[in-house]
Design a protein around this ligand. Structure first.
Ligand SMILES: Cc1cc2nc3c(=O)[nH]c(=O)nc-3n(C[C@H](O)[C@H](O)[C@H](O)COP(=O)(O)OP(=O)(O)OC[C@H]3O[C@@H](n4cnc5c(N)ncnc54)[C@H](O)[C@@H]3O)c2cc1C
Length: 347
């Protein structure tokens, strides 16, 4: 959408539908919504005598939220664009991307330009600005492994701050933006570091299978990108066809002792020992073991091919999705004594 000159007031859309702005396809209305296309736009909102004081909700691509109600806050739809190479060094490439750019587009753009390193994160929906929020991860790589720094505008002071790796406090599907900075700063630009020489990350089971199937044991970055896209397309529902938010629960991390106890009862349990001695369990396996795959509660259901993904079977409400999620949490807790934590933000 065209943006006004820097001096003109930002157009505020009232009673804006959010249905096409969330990948679950849930019906909800924002009391007010503004599109922000630059740092200056964010500051204009902050400095505005009335908008500045209003509670705010920051929205990227809406692929990690569950809207259970209308949103009273002022929704800031982040549309800050632009991608560029900042620096080329013998040991890597530093790139800078506007928060509104699609994440998958960023991965493809970097690869097309000969700057590999992001390919394991291909096809993750959503915006580049949201990628640090939950430290997106897939197929053995997390955003934090390629992150350099970011700029964010503080929603109270309007000041731009730069956060480096340490300041973001990345964890498993976690960062400072899900903790004390949640909803307080708009990420405007993200800088990523693609190290060279490029080293493939192929330890993930699905990628090992691809190597075995194709007989290609030293794929290039383009091949890894194609494999990741193919694996994801076969496993995950396309939100354009079936509403969903990807993995609905985080993989729980338990102590070695807890894991041994569960293995005693369920020897088949899928588990991954972690470097710190803890053990990560596959939430999808736990849900499947409780018999949820393919089941529904109202118009919300558990995806037939992957029990970790909850789907909108058509016209579901956010409340139905949350009711289904709670029922799953209760049965997993009842059987395994493990509390599953939702990954998306419940609004
Ligand atoms: C089919 C499917 C597959 C998925 N696969 C994966 C996967 O493999 N790995 C993974 O980690 N995730 C996955 N996801 C989840 C999702 O794609 C990511 O979390 C993504 O980063 C969300 O981006 P978004 O722009 O849609 O964020 P939104 O859903 O719009 O927002 C998510 C949160 O980030 C905040 N936020 C958004 N933009 C900004 C900003 N610019 N500044 C500050 N805060 C902001 C929002 O307020 C909200 O709290 C998947 C989702 C789907 C639908």
């Amino acid at each position: 959408m065209p943006h006004p000159s820097p001096e003109a007031p930002l157009p505020v859309h009232t009673r804006a539908s959010l249905r096409e702005h969330n990948s679950f396809g849930l019906r909800a209305v924002a009391a007010r919504l503004v599109h922000v296309a630059s740092e200056a736009d964010v500051r204009r909102v902050v400095d505005h005598p009335e908008l500045g004081r209003a509670p705010k909700f920051i929205l990227g691509g809406g692929s990690n939220i569950v809207l259970t109600r209308d949103v009273d806050a002022l929704v800031l739809k982040v549309e800050i664009m632009g991608r560029r190479l900042l620096e080329e060094r013998p040991d890597g490439w530093l790139i800078e991307v506007g928060a509104g750019e699609s994440w998958h587009g960023t991965v493809a753009w970097a690869l097309d330009n000969g700057w590999p390193g992001l390919e394991n994160l291909a096809l993750i929906p959503g915006s580049t600005g949201a990628a640090p929020v939950q430290n997106i991860g897939a197929y053995g790589v997390e955003l934090k492994d390629r992150f350099h720094s970011l700029d964010a505008v503080d929603l109270v002071t309007g000041r731009t701050v730069t956060l480096d790796h340490a300041a973001c406090r990345f964890g498993y599907r976690d960062s400072v933006f899900k903790q004390h900075l949640a909803g307080k700063s708009v990420i405007t630009r993200v800088r990523l570091w693609c190290p060279r020489p490029w080293q493939p990350v192929l330890g993930y089971l699905d990628l090992e299978r691809k190597m075995a199937e194709t007989g290609n044991r030293s794929p290039d970055a383009r091949t890894v990108f194609d494999w990741v896209c193919a694996i994801r397309r076969a496993k995950l529902p396309d939100p354009a066809v079936v509403g969903n938010a990807g993995s609905f629960f985080k993989n729980p991390v338990v102590t070695e002792e807890q894991c041994r106890d569960i293995i005693g009862r369920d020897p088949e349990i899928v588990h991954y020992p972690m470097p710190d001695g803890s053990v990560k369990l596959a939430a999808g396996w736990l849900i499947d073991a409780c018999g949820w795959k393919g089941k529904s509660v109202g118009r919300a259901g558990v995806y037939e091919k992957q029990a970790l993904v909850l789907v909108n079977r058509g016209g579901a409400t956010g409340a139905e999705v949350v009711t289904l999620a709670r029922a799953i949490q209760e049965s997993v807790y009842g059987r395994f004594g493990i509390r599953l934590e939702p990954e998306p933000i419940i609004v």
